[in-house]
Design a binder for this molecule. Sequence first.
Ligand code: FAD
Length: 432
Amino acid sequence: MVDDRLIYSSSRKRSDRLESTADSAFALVTERAIEAKFTVWVASRDLDEVGESMFQGLRFERTELPAVAQNLRGEVREFLATEMPAEYQPNSDFNEGHHAEFSGKLGERGWIGMTWPKSVGGAERTFFERYVVTEELLAAGAPVSAHWIADRQSGPLLLRFGTEDQQSRYLPKIASGESFFSIGMSEPDTGSDLASVSTRADKVDGGWLVNGRKIWTTDAHRNHFIIALIRTEGTAENRHKGLSQLIIDLRGEGVTVRPIKNIAGGEDFNEVVFDDCFVADADVVGEPGNGWQQVTSELSYERSGPERFLSSFRVFVEFVRAVGTDPDDQSAALIGRLAAHFMTLRKMSISVAGMLQSGDNPAVEAALVKALGNDFEKELPELVRLAGPALGMNHPLRSALTQTILHSPAFTIRGGTREILLGVIARGLGLR
Ligand SMILES: Cc1cc2nc3c(=O)[nH]c(=O)nc-3n(C[C@H](O)[C@H](O)[C@H](O)COP(=O)(O)OP(=O)(O)OC[C@H]3O[C@@H](n4cnc5c(N)ncnc54)[C@H](O)[C@@H]3O)c2cc1C
């Protein structure tokens, strides 16, 4: 999408402008196509080769945010004008900024668990309204990581697969912004190939004894619970069978959480070790052995939201501010180009929100939003760094760039690497 030659070329001036224009034009054409109800079809030649029955296509229906969602935008902005923590440096990366008090205030407003039933603390609002709230929070760079996983993933998982008891014990506190969750999927030898997890749980009276190790667990040192994918039957050779998800108290006995420093010097993710950790039967999500179906069903929620293309948005905002109202041609072209990409990705993401609202499972479309969005958000700070004006040490654009560039390698890894996503998209198109 964004041409590497533009990033690395040393004599950039004229060719920059040409490539930028072509790139923005591509983005706009794609946006128009989406507006006109865009369906990607593979050539009939390919259909013959792969067999028509495998072909699913990719659908991005034109989807407008309804008035009820648009009306919420002003309310969120007003809230942010008074409630944004004064000491916090805005950052649009959903993984940054763990602020329990701020999450509590969002919970009070009913902006966590927005689409869930009122009986479990939700607000019974639409995915579109949720979209507007998350988009506004990220664009403003608000600290959202404390409740993010619980709101986006753990809550919907418990709503779909959890027992009534689990729903009533966990969901109301997630929705009020008091209870925070981590995801325990990756292990030292298991990331992309998730079915090979080897952390295991053995059956004992009234529950399970868990032993093993999870890694890269975001915010486990600050959150309350982890939902861990664990082998409860057989061996790793059984692959998809015998996996279960267990809800585990991160501060309980038999759990050790060790933060891992990232390249920016921060501690966001962790190693989590289970050593004869007892988990009651009541904390196995749904039925034992149903873990694989559960984790794969979470993916559309995890992959399609605005957080998958807005992580570098603060760099864009500071760049526009830094070049002022009379930018040179090169800066103006870059701003146009980046804005065109934002608009296109946003349309695609809203379209997926529409499918979620209709109860569909747009896993392949969500993978496409994430793959394109992650590439874009990773390249944005690099393009701005090369094109940007000379900056003093304390310039806000410089700090936004430093922060974002150091975190950007993670954008195409977390939540599924780009290679895995391209495989999912290829399968959705019937090409493998
Ligand atoms: C900031 C951050 C936060 C994270 N938070 C969490 C978290 O909270 N919970 C959690 O469980 N995990 C978390 N992760 C882990 C993340 O999900 C994994 O790192 C990711 O799934 C990749 O797994 P891996 O590191 O084992 O790499 P591997 O799977 O070993 O992959 C290494 C490389 O090989 C490529 N590759 C692997 N398989 C294939 C294939 N079949 N075809 C083509 N290429 C392939 C990959 O694309 C990658 O480039 C986080 C990661 C980051 C960076």
